[in-house]
Ligand binder design. Sequence first.
Ligand SMILES: [Cu+2]
Length: 88
Amino acid sequence: MPADGAVLDAAPSVIAMTFDQPMRLTLIRLVTSDGAEVELTRTDGMAPLTEFEAAPAEMGPGAYTIEWRGLASDGHPMDGSFSFRIVE
Ligand SMILES: [Cu+2]
């Protein structure tokens, strides 16, 4: 969350992901279309979770991508990305 491809009229207060099985997120980045990184405050302590949430720093209008990598409970590495836009 936000859903991939979402067009929002305000910045999201949280970036959230739900996993079917506990996932230890080893990396999560929120980047603008210019490749600038937006700070994310995460409180998971890299513990395996099915519900992950992080609070983004202030975000203006533009396109954003979330890139993540994680380790599933069986040690299988996984990764993914999703994107959304904020419009005024
Ligand atoms: Cu696996």
